[in-house]
Design a protein around this ligand. Sequence first.
Ligand code: C2E
Ligand code: CA
Ligand code: CA
Ligand code: CA
Length: 278
Amino acid sequence: RATRGGEEVRAYVPSMGQIFLRRFQMVTQFRQALEEGQLSVHYQPKISLPSKQVLGVEALVRWVHPEFGKLDPDEFVPAVEAAGLIGVLTGFVLDESLKRVRKWMDEGLRISVAVNLSVRNLADVDFPAKVVDSLRRFGVPPGLLTFELTESGVMADPQKALPILQELHELGIVLAVDDFGTGYSSLAYLRRLPVDEVKIDKSFVLGMGTDLGDLAVVRSIVELGHSLGLTVVAEGVEEDIARDQLEAMGCDVAQGYLISRPLAEDRLEAWLQARTAR
Ligand code: C2E
Ligand code: CA
Ligand code: CA
Ligand code: CA
């Protein structure tokens, strides 16, 4: 390997190799990792901006690998997806999430859960039936489940994705467009989709305090969303000022570190209790 060339090549080749090896290991170990309990779901609360009530949580998958430590979902979710295993991952997150909602229902609480979908979920014609099966198993009404999908996820193969979205929507599941404002989101695109909610991408929300351009984007998404009758959610709310500005604009729901980081199930329970005890 050392004879292959100069310094640059030697410094570059092993790191690429490491990346591939890491991805390869992630994918080949994924099922076993699930069985061994290395994966879990954290939940991040979403609050109503006018009432400050907790409306729901977003489910975010976590993987603590025995060798690599905490893995970033932005790294392993695409790897798992590319390996054709996203159905297994989504199924796990969905079941964990519905189990959690069921416990809240039993405590008399009405809190919904939002699960992120990947492109390949929307290419699986059996996906809606699998979702119905999960809802039935946990006895959760479809209105307490939201699916978050990105525009690129739908646009990758709209012919396949649209009928599946339609089916999920007809079941009464809430659909949200995630990361809105990035990519080529447009009015025409939003109108074509059977969606109920838009989530303003956190990059704009994070920048709105210092960048007038970001502020203008946020404001126009709130207006656009409302003119289409959609619920508007802001993610990445880290500061009081951002929350106050969003509230003044009429944004409906806020999510971000200001309210809470994503929490493991037991910590979320403590957070909810502390909040309602006030
Ligand atoms: P996302 O769906 O856009 O999720 C929001 C991300 O923003 C999460 O990162 C969350 O922890 C982070 N976040 C929340 N509030 C704040 C804030 O106030 N400031 C900042 N800077 N960040 C905030 P996370 O958990 O690392 O997830 C990254 C991405 O991985 C997600 O982006 C989603 O695309 C994907 N992902 C996570 N869990 C799942 C899953 O179960 N299934 C699928 N298909 N994708 C998932
Ligand atoms: Ca999301
Ligand atoms: Ca997002
Ligand atoms: Ca994202």
